[in-house]
Design a protein around this ligand. Structure first.
Ligand code: C2E
Ligand code: MG
Ligand code: MG
Ligand code: MG
Length: 284
């Protein structure tokens, strides 16, 4: 697919992903223009502390395609990664999210914003310099930008440790995203300078809460992850919180940040529920 694209052809000889290659090829070509045409938007999903106060936002990309409608990141991020366009798009997301954060911080100085990074961005030698320039230009408070990286990214990038160290020197917070879905989660926590971890959504689905307090296997796993994180001085975010029972369980075991549809969906910056941030206490 990539070769066909580079040579300017419109047909593909093979399609590694096994999808509808013609549609994908069109979409991939459209993605090149999407940024210029303003079709990419950053939405913000609120995160809350155990006392249900707003503490931050995760910046999530969305693409409103003129014909296809909303294209989910699960579809277009891999395309952008594949073509290398993610480097440009990722830089744009960072600039956009820090600009937005600086605006919000005029009123709410402790608010944090988390931005997802992809492997391709990580392998780009300019990442640290780019982040530094963007952070300085935005004027956000130190310690309020969080970068999220996944375990699979760490597997793909040989010198990730060095890059993460340099980001920490810039007072960037680092969250290990989708924790528990990879192969070497525990060794990653030891090897890399993370400041927080995000328990993957699948653990919420598998929580299997027992109303009688017996403690299901799912509950015990999440409880252990929270304890482990705390013993390593990491903040813990639970992602994908969809029910009140999950939220109560998480609060009960000392999970400090909750994120999920129960509490708030990703929204445009104008619709971000800033009014829920009435207590200015830092959580991180
Ligand atoms: P992620 O970083 O794990 O982001 C959380 C995803 O879970 C988001 O999906 C969010 O909308 C969804 N989510 C949050 N709460 C709930 C819930 O309660 N229930 C359910 N079912 N889902 C929930 P989204 O926006 O589709 O993003 C998917 C993935 O795409 C992200 O997973 C992230 O890996 C990637 N992504 C999104 N934006 C960016 C970006 O700017 N750069 C990069 N490199 N990747 C991005
Ligand atoms: Mg994330
Ligand atoms: Mg995540
Ligand atoms: Mg996830």
């Amino acid at each position: 697919m990539y070769q066909a694209k580079r040579s300017g052809q419109t047909v593909t000889l093979f399609d590694e992903r096994g999808g509808d290659s013609v549609t994908e090829l069109h979409l991939e070509a459209d993605l090149y223009r999407a940024l210029d045409r303003g079709e990419l938007r950053v939405t913000y999903q609120p995160t809350f502390n155990a006392a249900s106060r707003l503490v931050g936002a995760e910046a999530l990309l969305s693409w409103l395609h003129p014909v296809q409608g909303v294209v989910p990141p699960a579809v277009f991020i891999p395309m952008a990664e594949h073509s290398g366009l993610i480097v440009q798009i990722g830089r744009w997301v960072l600039r956009e999210a820090t600009r937005q954060l600086a605006l919000w911080q005029r009123q709410y100085p402790h608010l944090t914003v988390s931005v997802n990074l992809s492997a391709r961005q990580f392998r780009n030698n300019d990442l640290v310099q780019d982040v530094q320039a963007i952070v300085e230009e935005s004027g956000i408070r130190p310690g309020t930008l969080v970068l999220e990286v996944t375990e699979s990214l760490l597997m793909d990038v040989p010198d990730a440790q060095d890059v993460l160290m340099r980001l920490r020197e810039l007072e960037i917070e680092l969250d290990l995203d989708d924790f528990g879905t990879g192969y070497s989660s525990l060794s990653y926590l030891q090897r890399f300078p993370f400041t927080g971890l995000k328990i993957d959504r699948s653990f919420m689905t598998n929580l299997d809460l027992h109303p009688d307090g017996r403690g299901s296997t799912g509950e015990n796993i999440v409880r252990s992850v929270v304890a482990l994180a705390h013993s390593l001085h990491l903040s813990v975010t639970a992602e994908g919180v969809e029910t009140q029972a999950q939220a109560e369980f998480l609060r009960g075991i000392g999970c400090e940040v909750l994120q999920g549809y129960l509490l708030g969906r990703p929204v445009a910056p104008e619709a971000f529920p800033l009014e829920l941030l009435s207590v200015n206490t830092p959580v991180r």
